[in-house]
Ligand binder design. Structure first.
Ligand code: C2E
Ligand code: CA
Ligand code: CA
Length: 509
């Protein structure tokens, strides 16, 4: 809103009244002085004149103060206090100014990926520090005629004057490199990726709102690619339309009955076994969602989960997967697989209905709670640790198991483990992948196994792709292994057959 001191000043006196005194007083005083010089006025008159002039100057003095105050509040109104860059108002003001100016200019919008994660895991102080450092880097690539702003949160912008789209994109790539250099947060190195969108006037028009929309679409596209610089082009509008269609289809697919063959296809769940590396027996299965799309075929979760997340479909999708998993666990249990694991995203965890949905699902399918494990990644959990902890507490109360997924990729693994009601750690695939080649990874896994066991937790390794890795994991004492080496995720019927054929082989060993 409008800054208070300036508003108060405006209300106190209309501008004309403020200057009326000095404006009238000064010429009258000067006239009297001239009269005194030519005609010799009485001393009283001269003194009155001097008094009038003194008052006029005093008034001018206070006016000067008021002008200074006005100027500083005007500045404050367009400055971001954290980074001392311009703020949103400064951005719109500059765009409006340039839209009537005729010179070419470019708008560069910046979004820091995963900033929230740093903020939540390292604290707001570190988050602020990071934003200030990012602000300095933005300033360092801005020319004297450019305007650098923080729009709010982790969104920054740069208005580059006098350049076309290509030059601006070059500048944006320089900015990207600057922003992706490691940050030092109190001695702790932190790396971030950035998504940058660029658009330019007059090539894409002059209208500030339209330019902001275009740059935003480009940022969006960059985000979808996991970061980088994207220059706006009309093709992005087509991309948006396609995305909108995909979302509509996904909505239908989530709502469609299982195995439905509607125009939007359906959500299907595949299962991957987790085996005991010593005996080879099945310990459990993980449910992994896919989208059977009529034209695109079997779409992997990495391609549609972000859409589902963004459009609020995650709770419904989770409910579908959970229902399928609970319906199947009986079949898998017949082959000795005691548990089924279901992935729960942060939004599903915080949906508020999860505990009810799980309770109802367990009852409907008559599944004992110990047979269900919910996998949550650490980074998603600490996004809102208090809520996460509360919901996990309620789930544990039900008797459901909790697993920390992608363990080892978060920022502060150990500190949180102590406070979380967890049964299992699922070591991130990257550790498994490096195991045979890298002695340090072996050391990390060995310590992690020890720590997990001393905390009374199971350790599961995923992403096992070859015999040598499996052998190492077995020797390191990992409890269960999962990966392509055993089996890819399969439709339930196929996994059932696979488990059946193995049972014979295992028995015959
Ligand atoms: P995740 O939970 O870490 O799941 C393991 C991923 O590793 C799966 O990918 C699986 O197919 C893959 N994988 C298994 N064995 C191997 C291997 O030996 N080598 C390699 N390179 N990869 C292996 P997928 O099915 O594409 O799932 C990707 C991610 O999508 C999952 O990662 C999980 O985070 C998410 N996801 C899948 N289903 C669901 C779901 O129902 N709900 C939620 N919230 N997320 C899900
Ligand atoms: Ca998982
Ligand atoms: Ca994982």
């Amino acid at each position: 809103g409008a800054p208070q001191p300036a508003a108060a000043l405006r209300r106190a006196e209309p501008p004309a009244a403020v200057v009326l005194g000095p404006l009238a007083g000064a010429p009258v005083g000067m006239g009297l002085l001239w009269l005194d010089h030519t005609d010799g006025l009485p001393t009283a008159a001269t003194l009155a004149t001097l008094l009038a002039l003194t008052l006029a100057f005093a008034k001018l003095g206070t006016l000067l103060g008021a002008v200074r105050l006005l100027d500083s509040t005007r500045r404050a109104a367009v400055t971001d206090p954290l980074t001392a860059l311009g703020n949103r108002h400064a951005l719109t003001h500059r765009l409006e100014e340039l839209s009537t100016d005729g010179r070419p200019f470019a708008l560069v919008l910046v979004d820091l990926n995963r900033f929230k994660e740093v903020n939540d895991s390292l604290g707001q102080h570190a988050g602020d520090d990071l934003l200030r450092q990012a602000g300095d880097r933005l300033r360092s690539v801005a020319g004297p005629a450019d305007v650098a702003v923080r729009q709010g949160g982790d969104e920054f912008a740069l208005v580059v004057t006098g350049v076309g789209l290509d030059d601006a994109a070059g500048r944006a790539r320089r900015l990207l490199r600057a922003l992706e250099d490691p940050y030092d947060l109190g001695g702790r190195p932190v790396r971030l990726h950035a998504s940058i969108g660029v658009t330019a006037a007059p090539a894409q028009g002059h209208d500030p709102d339209a330019l902001l929309r275009q740059a935003d679409a480009a940022v969006h596209e960059a985000k979808g690619r996991g970061g980088g610089v994207v220059a706006y082009g009309p093709h992005l509008d087509g991309e948006r339309a396609r995305t909108a269609q995909l979302v509509a289809q996904l909505l239908d697919a989530v709502a469609a009955p299982a195995r439905g063959t509607g125009p939007a296809g359906s959500v299907v769940v595949h299962y991957q076994p987790q085996l005991d590396p010593v005996t080879g027996a099945c310990a459990g299965v993980e449910a992994l969602v896919r989208w059977q799309h009529p034209e695109r075929g079997l779409v992997p979760p990495g391609l549609f989960l972000p859409l589902a997340e963004e459009h609020g479909l995650m709770p419904a999708l989770t409910e579908r997967v959970l229902d399928d998993a609970l319906a199947r666990i009986g079949d898998f249990a017949a082959h000795g697989c005691e548990r089924v694991s279901v992935n729960i995203s942060a939004t599903a965890l915080r949906d508020g209905r999860l505990v009810d949905v799980v309770t109802a699902g367990l009852a409907r399918h008559r599944v004992p709670p110990q047979a269900l494990v919910l996998e949550i990644t650490e980074t998603e959990l600490i996004e809102d640790l208090a809520t996460g902890q509360r919901v996990l507490g309620e789930l544990v109360e039900l008797g459901v198991g909790v697993s920390i997924d992608d363990y080892g990729t978060g920022y502060s693994c150990l500190a949180h483990l102590r406070d979380l009601p967890v049964d299992e750690l699922k070591l991130d695939r990257s550790f498994t992948a490096d195991l045979t080649a890298d002695a340090r990874t072996r050391a990390i896994v060995r310590t992690t196994v020890d720590m997990a066991h001393s905390l009374g937790l199971r350790l599961v390794a995923e992403g096992v792709e070859d015999a040598a890795t499996l052998e190492l994991l077995r020797r390191l004492g990992v409890d269960h292994t999962q990966g392509y080496f055993h089996s890819r995720p399969l439709p339930a019927e196929e996994l059932d057959a696979w488990l059946g054929s193995r049972a014979g082989a295992l028995a015959g060993r």
